[in-house]
Design a protein around this ligand. Structure first.
Ligand code: FAQ
Length: 331
């Protein structure tokens, strides 16, 4: 039995029974530990909803990494030149590795990887909106490597200081690698932005297409965010959606503008009084449509994962069989 009232089947590691209500004394002690900045570890008591929220968030994050490898993955064979190909292969491999780390962290909370993958494939579990758009040109890959990795870093650096030990440790490691991805993305982006007229127009076009999905990336505005209040109280989320969006704009809008590029939002400007960015409201109905399966590439992305799941089954079985032979050698 793990903490938090969950009873697990030893073989499948699936929860057999969950507590229905939190013990008020344990809950008070848990809140005290959170307030004191202590890390919560897998065997510790935790409220049912803390566990549920963490599973939801970490699982979605893990899915985002493995689905996020797909738009860039399609460019490995077409990346311009040997060095860009090498860097892209390494990056895509890293993103899949991040997925592994995050699935491991989510498993410590009692949901098996098999159940998580099933929920991804049957559409029960979400993944980041941004990976439901096509990478039409090489310039799109540079925008992903520069700006989507930057957006991910803003989120992950903040949340790596959060309360759940296994998630924070996974994020710390991921952030080191993401920082390197950001450098290679920035380098490729600058190469186009300072290149020929055609290269500049390619990168401007990609920026115009990706700007709205990037604004959506940080989640709905605070006033409509469903989970923020609870997640911030429990120090899972260390900044609100609006604060992270603002932090991203603060760091990256100047870097884009100084290259002589423009952003497709006439309302984008910094309020001199508050120091916060003002921008036109992105289309939140479109965001809801995309995160609920209706984006331009949702069925393609899930189709690839389903193919990988079915065609990789024999490899996983062979590995598991081999592992079992190693653990129980027949003399
Ligand atoms: N996409 O109440 P909130 C990466 C959903 S990793 C899809 O504000 P919350 C690396 C949300 O789930 C990128 N769905 O939610 C890489 C909820 O729906 P639910 C992923 C979204 O959790 C780079 C509903 O809307 N990063 O990029 C999105 O408090 C390059 C209400 O929203 C993470 O997952 C969205 N953008 O805040 C890889 C980080 N936003 O579950 C390859 C961890 C919101 O009730 C290439 N996650 N929703 O059905 C988080 O920090 C949070 O979950 C937020 C959302 C901030 C994403």
């Amino acid at each position: 039995m793990y903490g938090g009232g969950y009873i697990f089947d030893e073989q499948s590691k699936r929860p057999l029974q969950t507590q229905l209500e939190d013990d008020p004394v344990k809950l008070a002690d848990f809140e005290r530990r959170i307030a004191a900045g202590e890390k919560i570890e897998p065997g510790d008591w935790m409220p049912v909803d803390y566990r549920k929220q963490l599973i939801r968030l970490i699982e979605q994050h893990a899915h985002s990494e493995i689905i996020g490898a797909l738009p860039e993955g399609t460019w490995i064979t077409r990346a311009p030149g040997f060095k860009r190909k090498l860097a892209l292969i390494a990056k895509v491999q890293d993103e899949i590795g991040h997925g592994q780390l995050l699935y491991n962290a989510a498993e410590t909370l009692g949901k098996s990887r098999e159940m998580m993958i099933n929920d991804l494939l049957n559409g029960k579990s979400k993944y980041s909106n941004v990976f439901n758009y096509p990478a039409e040109t090489w310039a799109d890959v540079t925008v992903i490597g520069f700006l989507i990795d930057a957006a991910a870093i803003v989120n992950q650096v903040a949340n790596s200081k959060g309360s759940y030990g296994p998630y924070c440790r996974a994020l710390e490691r991921i952030c080191y690698e993401e920082s390197f991805h950001l450098k290679q993305g920035h380098d490729a982006f600058i190469e186009l932005a300072t290149g020929t007229a055609l290269q500049r127009s390619m990168v401007q076009d990609a920026l115009n297409r990706w700007w709205q999905p990037i604004m959506h990336f940080f989640g709905p505005p605070d006033k409509t965010s469903v989970h923020s209040e609870k997640l911030m109280r429990w120090k899972v989320k260390m900044a609100s959606n609006d604060d992270m969006r603002n932090q991203f704009l603060d760091s990256y809008v100047p870097k884009i503008l100084e290259l002589g590029l423009t952003l497709p939002d006439p309302g984008l400007r910094k309020d001199p009084e508050t120091g916060k960015w003002l921008f036109s409201d992105p289309d939140w109905d479109l965001f809801m449509k995309v995160i609920n399966g209706g984006g331009p590439c949702n069925s393609e992305r899930l189709g690839v994962r389903k193919w990988a799941e079915e065609n990789g089954r024999w490899v996983r079985k062979a590995l598991m069989d081999n592992n079992q032979k190693k653990s129980f050698p027949v003399a």
